[in-house]
Design a protein around this ligand. Structure first.
Ligand code: NOJ
Length: 763
C-alpha cells in the first residue's frame, strides 16, 4: 500500500515540476502549444501494459456514483476495472458530485492515479438548449454559432464534463437520414467554417480553463452518405466526393486544433471506418498530422464482426488498433484482448504507446493532471447552470436560425393589434419537441412553446386548437422507441376548422416531433407526418390566411404548402427559447435572416438533391419535347427551395458585380447590395464559383464566400470577396490539391440559384 502511494505521489511531483518548466518555456511560444512530452514519457515508463490498455478503454456511466457500489454483474466488473486503472475515460456521467466520485476512484485508488476524461454528447447546449445544429447552421452567423458552443462548454464543464462528442461535421445530402439535424447541412465550405466555429467555441483559446472542453470531430468518415438514407448503412462514394465534400470540414477541424476525432459505424467502400487504415493512419494521422486521439463510436470496434470484417472481438481489437483507433467506446475489445495481442506479438506495443500518448496529452492539455477535480465544484455548478446570459444567447441564435421560406402579399409580419389569431397544431403547445434530439441533460418540457411565445403579444386574441395529435411530450428523451406519429386520429379536426373559420389569420405549427429526427430516425417519406397534411388542407378550405410554422429536424417535402399557402416559416427545433424566437419573428420584432443549409426537395424521389451537382452530358432540360435528357418524367429537376434560400421582411438588390485580378493569383470580387424595401434587414451575401473545364469535373456552382450584412432601407454597401488558390482549387482523385488555369464563372446573390454572374480567366 505504501509503495502504491509512493509511486502515485512520485508522478504528481514529477508532473508538477515539469509542468512548471514547460510553462516557462512556453511563454515565448507563439503557438501556445505544449507537447507535455517529458511528463508523458515519464508516466508511460511507469505503466504496465494493462494500465496502458486501460487508458484506451472507455465505459459508459454504470451506477449511481454517489450511492452504494455494485457488488455483482457487469457493473461490478466495470467498477473493479476502474479501481485497477483499467479505465481511461467515461461517458454519460454528469453532475459535479457524480463526476468527482468517479474521478476520486481513478486518482486516489488506482496505482498511478491517472485522472479520467469525461465525455458527453453536448450537441446543442447542455441544460440550456440551443437550436439543433442544422438550425444554427441556417443562421450562417459564425460568431453566434461559436458563442453557442462556448456557452455549452461552460455549462457542461461546470457539471463535470471535459470532453464533448461534437461537432458532428458530416456533410449530408440526404434528408431521409435523421441525423442531418446534427450537422451543418450539405455544403463543404459552409460546413468547414461552422466546424471551425464550433471547435473554437468548445475549446476556446485555453483548453486548461475550467470553462472549456475538448471537442470531437465526428464521424470519420462518410457517415452522412448512408445508402438510401438508412441509418448506419454502407457509404459507397467516389474518391472525388470523399476528398472534395466529406473531408474538408474534418480537415478544417484538424487545422483548428480539434483535440479528438470519432470514427464511424459505416463501411466506406466496404471497409469499416473503425478499421480503416487509409482514413485514420494515412489521411488523418499521416497527411493531416493530427496529434489528438481517435475514439471509436459506441461499440463500433465490435460491430466490425457483423460487418463481416473481423472474426471475433480479438480480431476486431487488432484491426482497430492497427487502423489507428485509440480509444474503445464500449466494445470491451481493447480491455479484454489488447494486452494479449501485444504479448503474443500480433500488435506492436509501440502502437499502444502511441495511442496512450495521444490520450494523456489531451488530459494534460485539459489540466487534469494539475487538478483532476477542476470541473467538479458543486458551487460553480449551481451558479453556472442556466445562467441568464446563456438564455439570452440561445434566444439570439434561435431568432437567427429561422428561415422565411415564403411570404406572399406580406402576410407576415403579423399585425400586433386587433387580430383574431388561431394557433393550430399540437406542436404549437409542445414544450419538449422544440428541444429536438440530443438533449441528454435537458429537461422535458423546458422549452417555451410557440403558443406561449405568441401569447406574450397581448394586442391580439390568440386561440388554440390541437387539430391532430403529434407530440410525445412525456417520452423519455432520445431513447424512446415510440417514434411514430398519429396517423389516424382526426377527432380534433372539427374544432380546429371551426376556430380557423372565425379567425383573421391561422398560424399552423406542423412538422416532426422532437424525436423524429436524430440518430436512428431515418424516414422513407419526408412529407408532413401523420394526418397533418390533411389537417392543413381542411383548414385551408375555410381560411386561406395561413402562416405555416414548420418545426422539424430535416428538410421536408412540403410542395402542396409551397404552392398554396401565402407564408411559410422554417423554425426547425429552436431549443429552450423556441417560442420566444418564433413570436419575435412572426411579429416582426426580428426581421428573419436565416438561409437554408440544405436543399428542400419537391418530393422524396429527388433525394439526394443538392445545389452543387455536376452537369450530366445532357444537361439542357428546358425543351420538354426532347426525351433523352437527364430528368424525371413526373417531376421537375429543380428543388422546392434551393440551398442558401431565405427571405426577409425587406428586399435586397444586387448590382455592379466586378471582378479584378490581383497579384499572387488572387481574384477580387465586388458587388453592391442595396436594401430596396422599407425596413432594416440582414442579408447573407453569397458567392459561388464554377470552374468551367477541369481535369476532374467541377460542380455547376460551389459556395466560396459569404458575408452577413445589415442594411437600413435604401442603404447600399459594397461587399468585397477575395478568391485565393484555396477557393479556386480542388482535390484530384489521388487526393492532391491543385489549381488549374482556365475560365471561371462567378455568381453572387442571396441564394444558390442567383443568376447574377460574371467570369474571369485564371492564368
Ligand atoms: C453513438 C453516436 O453515433 C455518437 O455520435 C455518439 O457520440 C455516441 N453514440 C455516444 O453517445
Amino acid at each position: 500500500m505504501k509503495k502504491i502511494i509512493k509511486i502515485h505521489l512520485y508522478i504528481l511531483i514529477l508532473v508538477c515540476l515539469s509542468c512548471q518548466t514547460e510553462t516557462k518555456k512556453d511563454t515565448n511560444n507563439s503557438t501556445n502549444q505544449k507537447s507535455f512530452k517529458t511528463e508523458i514519457d515519464s508516466i508511460i515508463n511507469l505503466m504496465t501494459l494493462e494500465e496502458k490498455v486501460g487508458q484506451m478503454n472507455q465505459y459508459t456511466g454504470f451506477w449511481d456514483a454517489t450511492g452504494p457500489t455494485p457488488e455483482s454483474g457487469n457493473q461490478a466488473v466495470k467498477y473493479e476495472h476502474l479501481k485497477k486503472g483499467l479505465v481511461g475515460s467515461m461517458l454519460n456521467v454528469r453532475g459535479a458530485k457524480q463526476v468527482k466520485a468517479l474521478q476520486k476512484i481513478a486518482v486516489e485508488e488506482t496505482r498511478l492515479g491517472i485522472p479520467l476524461i469525461f465525455g458527453f454528447d453536448v450537441i446543442h447546449g447542455f441544460k440550456t438548449i440551443s437550436p439543433i445544429p442544422l438550425a444554427e447552421s441556417a443562421s450562417w452567423d459564425l460568431e453566434a454559432i461559436k458563442k453557442s458552443a462556448q456557452n455549452a462548454a461552460e455549462e457542461s464543464a461546470a457539471s463535470g464534463i471535459n470532453w464533448t462528442f461534437a461537432p458532428m461535421v458530416d456533410i449530408s445530402r440526404d434528408a431521409r437520414w435523421g441525423r442531418v439535424m446534427e450537422g451543418a447541412g450539405e455544403d463543404p465550405y459552409l460546413g468547414s467554417k461552422i466546424a471551425i466555429a464550433r471547435v473554437r467555441g468548445f475549446q476556446g483559446d485555453d483548453l486548461s480553463s475550467p470553462k472549456t472542453i475538448a471537442a470531437c470531430a465526428k464521424h470519420f468518415a462518410a457517415y452522412g452518405f448512408p445508402n438510401a438514407g438508412r441509418e448506419y448503412n454502407t457509404a459507397d462514394i467516389g474518391t472525388s466526393t470523399l476528398y472534395n465534400l466529406v473531408f474538408p470540414p474534418f480537415k478544417a477541424a484538424t487545422d483548428a486544433d480539434v483535440k479528438t476525432f470519432m470514427n464511424a459505424f459505416n463501411l466506406l467502400n466496404d471497409i469499416p471506418a473503425t478499421g480503416n487504415v487509409f482514413l485514420q493512419r494515412e489521411v488523418l494521422k499521416g497527411e493531416w498530422n493530427f496529434n489528438g486521439f481517435m475514439v471509436s463510436d459506441w461499440g463500433s470496434i465490435g460491430e466490425m464482426i457483423p460487418h463481416g470484417y473481423a472474426k471475433n472481438n480479438k480480431h476486431a481489437a487488432e484491426l482497430a488498433i492497427k487502423a489507428g483507433s485509440d480509444m474503445d467506446m464500449e466494445s470491451n475489445a481493447y480491455v479484454t484482448e489488447l494486452a494479449n495481442l501485444v504479448k503474443e506479438g500480433t500488435v506492436k506495443e509501440s502502437l499502444v504507446d502511441d495511442a496512450v500518448r495521444r490520450i494523456l496529452r489531451v488530459k494534460f492539455e485539459l489540466g487534469l493532471f494539475d487538478d483532476p477535480y477542476k470541473y467538479c465544484n458543486e458551487e460553480t455548478e449551481k451558479n453556472v447552470i442556466g445562467k441568464k446570459v446563456f438564455h439570452e444567447d440561445a434566444l439570439d441564435i434561435a431568432k437567427k436560425s429561422i428561415v422565411l421560406l415564403k411570404n406572399k402579399n406580406n402576410l407576415l409580419p403579423l399585425k400586433k393589434q386587433g387580430q383574431k389569431i388561431a394557433v393550430i397544431g399540437a406542436l404549437a403547445n409542445d414544450k419538449t419537441s422544440p428541444l429536438g434530439n440530443w438533449v441528454l441533460a435537458g429537461e422535458n418540457g423546458s422549452a417555451v412553446s410557440v403558443l406561449e411565445g405568441l401569447k406574450q403579444y397581448k394586442g391580439n386574441l390568440i386561440t388554440y386548437a390541437e387539430g391532430a395529435k403529434v407530440a410525445l411530450p412525456n417520452s423519455k428523451l432520445h431513447f424512446t422507441q415510440e417514434l411514430d406519429i398519429n396517423k389516424t386520429d382526426k377527432s380534433g379536426f372539427s374544432a380546429a376548422i371551426k376556430l380557423a373559420r372565425r379567425s383573421d389569420v391561422v398560424v399552423m405549427v406542423l412538422g416532426e416531433h422532437g424525436l423524429q429526427s436524430g440518430e436512428a430516425r431515418s424516414r422513407t417519406n419526408i412529407d408532413l407526418p401523420g394526418v397533418q397534411q390533411e389537417l392543413l388542407e381542411e383548414v385551408f378550405k375555410v381560411n386561406k390566411n395561413i402562416v405555416l410554422v414548420l418545426t422539424n429536424g430535416r428538410p421536408l417535402a412540403i410542395t402542396w404548402a409551397a404552392e398554396n399557402l401565402p407564408a411559410i416559416v422554417e423554425t426547425w427545433q429552436l431549443g429552450t427559447q423556441n417560442g420566444n424566437a418564433i413570436a419575435q419573428v412572426l411579429y416582426g420584432d426580428y426581421n428573419p435572416s436565416g438561409k437554408l443549409p440544405m436543399t428542400f426537395p419537391r418530393s422524396v424521389g429527388q433525394v439526394p438533391i443538392f445545389y452543387n451537382y455536376k452537369n450530366t452530358g445532357r444537361p439542357n432540360i428546358k425543351v420538354r419535347k426532347e426525351v433523352f435528357k437527364s430528368r424525371y418524367i413526373d417531376e421537375e429537376n429543380t428543388p422546392l427551395y434551393p440551398f442558401g434560400h431565405g427571405l426577409s421582411y425587406t428586399t435586397f438588390s444586387y448590382k455592379n458585380l466586378n471582378i479584378n485580378k490581383a497579384p499572387e493569383k488572387e481574384i477580387n470580387v465586388t458587388v453592391d447590395v442595396t436594401n430596396t424595401g422599407k425596413v432594416k434587414g440582414k442579408e447573407v451575401v453569397q458567392l459561388y464559383i464554377q470552374d468551367k473545364v477541369a481535369s476532374v469535373a467541377r460542380p455547376v456552382k460551389e459556395l466560396k464566400g459569404f458575408e452577413m450584412i445589415e442594411l437600413a432601407p435604401k442603404e447600399t454597401k459594397t461587399i468585397e470577396f477575395t478568391l485565393t488558390e484555396k477557393e479556386l482549387g480542388f482535390y484530384t482523385n489521388k487526393g492532391a490539391f491543385i489549381v488549374e488555369p482556365g475560365e471561371f464563372n462567378v455568381y453572387v446573390g442571396g441564394s444558390s440559384d442567383t443568376k447574377l454572374s460574371s467570369k474571369f480567366n485564371l492564368d
